[in-house]
Design a protein around this ligand. Structure first.
Ligand SMILES: Cc1cc2nc3c(=O)[nH]c(=O)nc-3n(C[C@H](O)[C@H](O)[C@H](O)COP(=O)(O)O)c2cc1C
Length: 141
């Protein structure tokens, strides 16, 4: 993408949730992850993606223009829908600097973790407050 370099020092983080399309396959998930890791490495975007068959929860961090560009792409991407923004904020330093995109797949072994932040044992980020989601994400670091 074309980016004005002038905002490259303004580091922001954005967290959103979305619903995976019902026909989401392992192959599609692998494609998304590969695309994310390759693009993000080029665009100096870092972050993490949680997926659990139905829901995505993603934090991306990078320059403000890059993050806004990616948001526009994500809104058009038909592999998921009902994207809800949870949080955008400026960062002093990255929290996921070691990952171009780290995939965490919440599974059964994380049941206790979901219970810790919600009233249910399954992972439904649409039922969690932004604060609970922030704490949950921190557990995956
Ligand atoms: C849940 C989800 C997460 C994604 N995460 C990223 C990402 O971190 N970085 C990225 O470049 N594309 C990501 N994508 C893909 C973008 O929506 C879009 O398809 C892609 O950026 C377009 O890249 P291209 O210009 O190389 O075709 C994601 C898509 C989905 C459905």
């Amino acid at each position: 993408m074309t980016q004005t370099t002038s905002d490259a020092h303004i580091l922001v983080s954005m967290t959103y949730i979305s619903r995976a399309n019902p026909d989401m396959s392992h192959e599609t998930l692998s494609e998304i992850l590969k695309q994310a890791q390759e693009n993000n490495a080029l665009n100096a975007i870092t972050g993490m993606l949680i997926f659990n068959n139905q829901y995505f929860l993603q934090t991306i961090e990078g320059s403000r223009s890059q993050i806004n560009h990616l948001l526009r792409c994500l809104l058009k991407d038909e592999r998921h829908y009902d994207l809800q923004l949870l949080e955008t904020r400026e960062l002093k330093s990255r929290e996921w600097s070691r990952w171009s995109m780290d995939l965490a797949s919440p599974a059964m072994d994380n049941t206790a973790l979901y219970l810790k932040y919600s009233t249910t044992t399954d992972f439904n980020p649409y039922l969690l407050s932004a604060e609970s989601i922030r704490r949950l994400i921190a557990e995956f670091k």
